[in-house]
Design a protein around this ligand. Structure first.
Ligand SMILES: O=C(O)CCC(=O)C(=O)O
Length: 245
């Protein structure tokens, strides 16, 4: 087993340095900013505005971002963690701007948002800009993934956050082009951004093509980034856009 995989199995996360070159991440940042310009930005005069701008599925906006999810170095890393069959559930763009308001990313596990039968779901956080403690980088409890499925472990569960406060977690600082991979059982979260510099990330949620979502009707791009999806069928391949009420 590779050192990278051993570290991931032991700690529940892995910071892969320089997966995207400076030139690649600079082009991706331009496209990231273009996506943000296409979004409705919350009113930053509102004291409750938490500083986060987000959208799902950057690959539905930008061909360059689709190519980023298919990037060889990126998928070679993912393959070490979940094997050669790699399915995209969804991606999320988060830009975190300076705020004095509370963070929406209290400590939590991801599994209950998108459970799979074999628990292969991981996240790859692509760092488009610098992430430091002051900027509100990701914080994790190393090794906490070994506890498996903990109940009431969502970011909206205050007791979970009290049990696992930010102070007990370690900050994962990163540079543009790095990718932080983490298991969907790891306890993680991030504080608000207290700096003038926005923090920009795109997180890809991916699972093995040998695994499947517990709820096959829950939203999933089901986009095969590498290899094969053994569970795709006529029903799951059909997609419907839900009409607003
Ligand atoms: O963007 C962050 O800092 C945290 C995101 C997160 O915790 C999540 O998406 O599960």
């Amino acid at each position: 087993m590779s050192k990278i995989r051993t570290f991931f199995d032991e700690n529940g996360y892995y910071l892969a340095k320089g997966i995207f070159s400076t030139a690649e991440i600079s082009s991706l940042e331009n496209e990231f900013d273009r996506i943000v310009r296409q979004l409705e930005i919350p009113d930053d005069g509102d004291p409750n505005y938490n500083g986060v701008i987000s959208t799902r599925n950057v690959q539905q906006y930008s061909g360059l971002w689709l190519a980023a999810l298919l990037h060889k170095g990126f998928l070679d890393s993912v393959e070490q963690f979940i094997g050669p069959d790699i399915v995209l559930n969804h991606s999320t763009l988060f830009e975190k701007r300076k705020t004095t308001a509370d963070t929406p990313f209290k400590m939590h596990q991801d599994w209950s948002y998108l459970p799979t039968q074999k628990n292969t779901m991981i996240a790859g956080m692509i760092h488009v800009s610098e992430a430091t403690e002051e900027i509100g980088c990701l914080r994790v409890y190393p090794g906490s993934h070994k506890q498996g499925r903990l109940e009431r472990s969502k970011a909206v569960d205050p007791e979970f956050h009290e049990q696992f406060p930010f102070e007990g977690a370690i900050p994962i600082e990163a540079e543009p082009g790095d990718v932080t991979f983490f298991d969907y059982f790891i306890i993680h979260g991030s504080m608000s951004n207290h700096s003038e510099q926005p923090r920009k990330v795109v997180i890809a949620r991916m699972f093995s093509g040998k695994d499947r979502k517990e709820d096959i009707y829950q939203f999933s791009e089901n986009l095969v980034l590498r290899g094969w999806n053994s569970h795709t069928n006529e029903a799951t391949a059909r997609k419907a856009v839900v009409k607003p009420q």
